[in-house]
Design a protein around this ligand. Structure first.
Ligand code: ADP
Ligand code: MG
Length: 362
């Protein structure tokens, strides 16, 4: 039995000549917290709108519980959206905002009251029924928007950057609340954000997007530890990315040296990029480590020192170290074979072959 509740198959969206979604294939299972993560303009909202039924896709299929819903109107889909700007009715109080959808459906009064009470309790706003929207804080307005969506008991809740209007502290609190709420309700959340830390903290699974394409999908740990390409490595967390090539299985060359690594299965001499996370680098005396660098700057970040250093080829290295270094120090960086993450290059098969040939000619 499949738990897949929403599925997009080969979905494209075009506006004139511009392709804003390109061959999107995603599967969303019941009861999990999913995140679409990507920079502004990468197509996140467009995907939500395709699922909610606010736009027609140009090509491809959208399924809900195994049924194709391309032609099902928005109000007949069992999903609800929490919009980026909340889209609350400013002239109505909390109760009327939350009850609105149920009144449209002409539900009996007693049922409306019961469901509104329950929804407000879920978002910890019991007792706020008669407050005007303008009397609420940003965080409270955000919770009204969520209550208004969950009162309709959707099977899937779509949340379009719902925390982006909040200040940093409130945003953190609301992250905990959202995660808890999803677990309590047990429904599927599809959350949109451009904030990688938020995505890593909240999600069961993440779809990393850029330029209308899903670059990588997986658990936060998968994506952080094994970024599939340069874009993902750069976008998710901080990283040092250096070019090199695979000498053979478990041996990669970069910075003019060969290193033991945990990766295999690439073509001999395949050009690659190597990711080393700042927290995986340790500082040691020259001669004892693997890459020699000159320390340029150092910032104390509370639980670590953030050090920027340059190797002899003037490549920049970012290091998070629990030990301080000194500006102008010449030190070695050291790391374990499993800290080296080897990525295939983001390039077409054709460019790849040309590059490989140029390597072999050397
Ligand atoms: P995100 O939510 O990731 O910031 P969107 O899904 O809103 O991105 O937009 C993806 C791309 O589609 C953007 O380049 C945007 O300008 C374009 N786009 C969105 N809606 C329209 C439209 N109605 N007409 C033309 N282009 C659009
Ligand atoms: Mg958007």
């Amino acid at each position: 039995m499949s738990n897949v509740i929403v599925e997009l198959k080969h979905v494209y969206k075009r506006y004139g000549d511009t392709e804003v979604l390109k061959d999107i294939n995603i599967e969303i299972e019941q009861g999990k917290f999913y995140t679409l993560l990507g920079p502004s303009g990468s197509g996140k909202t467009t995907i939500l709108r395709a699922i909610a039924g606010f736009l027609d896709v140009s090509e491809g299929e959208v399924f809900f519980n195994g049924e194709k819903i391309n032609d099902v109107p928005a109000n007949k889909r069992r999903v609800n959206t929490v919009f980026q700007d909340y889209a609350l009715f400013p002239h109505m109080n909390v109760l009327d905002n939350v009850a609105y959808g149920l009144r449209i459906q002409k539900r009996p009064k007693a049922e409306i009251k019961e469901r509104v009470d329950k929804a407000l309790k879920m978002v910890r706003l019991s007792g706020y029924e008669n407050r005007e929207i303008s009397e609420l804080s940003g965080g409270q307005q955000q919770r009204v928007a969520i209550a208004r969506a969950i009162v309709l008991e959707p099977e899937v809740l779509l949340l379009d950057e719902p925390l982006s209007a909040l200040d940093a502290k409130l945003r953190k609190d609301m992250q905990y609340e959202l995660r808890e709420l999803q677990q309590r309700l047990g429904i599927t959340f599809l959350f949109v954000t451009h904030d990688q830390e938020e995505a890593l903290a909240l999600s069961d699974e993440i779809f990393v997007m850029s330029d209308g394409e899903v670059q990588q999908s997986g658990t936060p740990v998968d994506i952080y530890d094994e970024p599939i390409n340069h874009f993902v490595a750069d976008f998710i967390g901080e990283s040092n990315i250096v070019s090199g090539h695979m000498v053979k299985d478990f041996v990669v060359e970069f910075n003019g040296k060969e290193f033991e690594c945990a990766d295999a299965g690439m073509r001999p001499n395949e050009p690659v990029e190597v990711v080393l996370r700042p927290e995986d680098l340790d500082i040691t005396a020259v001669g004892e480590g693997k890459v020699t660098v000159d320390v340029d700057t150092q910032l104390f970040r509370g639980d670590y020192y953030e050090i920027v250093a340059y190797d002899d080829a003037k490549n920049e290295w970012l290091i998070h170290s629990t030990n301080p270094a000194k500006d102008g120090d010449r030190v070695d960086l050291t790391f374990d074979p499993e800290d080296i993450h080897v990525m295939r290059l983001n390039e077409s098969e054709e460019d790849f072959d040309a590059r490989l040939e140029s390597y072999e000619g050397e």
